[in-house]
Write a protein that binds this ligand. Structure first.
Ligand code: X2X
Length: 337
């Protein structure tokens, strides 16, 4: 027999020690929730979310602990959308356009050239248009926070040359996120759009599967897309945001007072994040130029004309319906198409 006094003592003490470590750590919270997203940890969305999570923990007296999983650590957007529906993750932020794969009219805020500037975006998304979309999202059994987070106005980047006008988009091999609206828009431009989750974008650009992509400046910068793209064309072709979604059962497990603390802090963080992204947008063109990007200001009227001529606006008005389209046109202050 090799068992002696020493091994017996060790064996007896090992188990309680393991459980002590577990309970001394994150497990002390009553609600341990995960928040998954697709952006780098340095993006203002994750910076402000971390602040919110810290405040939530404090204000709930440690009862609610939310752990952030940035950079697609838990999967690409389409996987994370399944997970927030099933409860595999409790929170997830997603572009309204990608969400439209589940909630068809959610993409309406992303119609090409609908918003002239942020002056229309926030009153619309905090007002009637946002309320309409949140109503649609709730029908799909997901919970959505009131304030949408900013992604930004999207700009086209390329490794092969600048986009100066609509003609330059013909045949352009461009990555678009997984959403019928994005594919439709770049099909109207006669480009060759490829639907690719953000998780794969850097490598798709690096290996030349596509020649370009489109994203707001804050993402081109924090995801270091300037390392694999040379040209940046300031097209502002659409505004994009992130709805902060929650799994419904997980949300309803939280007592009412805790729900209020969570919602308040997440919505406040969204408003701060909007300011951060606006500030970045003002400074990043210069930064990206320093990183070696060649920047141009294309003639955006040619893009809009092309979309109109291709029947893009008429087609999407039919898809969304008269009521939703009227809310959009009122929000942006102009007739579209
Ligand atoms: O996938 C993208 O390009 C991104 C990061 O902007 C979105 O989440 C829509």
């Amino acid at each position: 027999m090799k068992i002696n006094r020493r091994t017996l003592v060790l064996g007896a003490s090992a188990l309680p020690l393991v459980s002590t470590i577990r309970y001394a750590g994150a497990q002390t919270a009553e609600f341990n929730y995960k928040y998954a997203n697709n952006l780098p940890i340095s993006h203002p969305m994750n910076v402000r979310a971390q602040e919110a999570v810290d405040k939530i923990r404090e204000e709930t007296g440690g009862r609610v602990a939310i752990q952030i999983f940035p950079s697609n650590q838990l999967g690409a957007d389409t996987d994370m959308l399944s997970q927030v529906r099933s409860g595999g993750v409790e929170f997830f932020t997603l572009s309204p356009l990608i969400l439209s794969t589940l909630v068809s009219n959610a993409s309406i805020s992303g119609i090409g050239f609908a918003f002239p500037s942020y002056d229309q975006v926030w009153p619309a998304m905090d007002g009637e248009l946002g309320a309409y979309v949140r109503g649609e999202i709730e029908k799909s059994n997901l919970v959505v926070m009131e304030k949408i987070w900013d992604n930004g106005f999207r700009q086209i980047t390329s490794s092969v040359g600048p986009i100066n006008n609509a003609d330059d988009l013909k045949g352009f091999k461009i990555r678009v996120p997984v959403s019928p609206l994005w594919t439709s828009m770049f099909t109207a431009f006669e480009s060759a759009p490829a639907s690719i989750n953000f998780a794969e974008v850097y490598s798709a650009l690096q290996t030349g599967i596509v020649d370009g992509q489109e994203n707001p400046l804050a993402i081109i910068s924090t995801a270091k897309l300037y390392e694999v793209q040379k040209y940046l064309s300031v097209t502002n072709h659409m505004w994009d945001g992130f709805w902060f979604l929650a799994n419904k059962r997980a949300w309803e497990r939280l007592p009412e007072d805790l729900r209020e603390i969570v919602a308040k802090n997440i919505n406040e963080a969204a408003v701060k994040e909007r300011e951060d992204v606006a500030a970045l947008n003002a400074s990043l063109l210069g930064e990206l130029e320093k990183q070696g990007m060649v920047i141009n200001q294309p003639d955006t009227a040619t893009f809009r004309q092309k979309l109109t001529d291709a029947g893009f606006y008429g087609e999407w008005k039919n898809t969304y319906g008269e009521e939703a389209w009227a809310i959009l046109e009122k929000a942006v202050g102009t007739k579209l198409g």
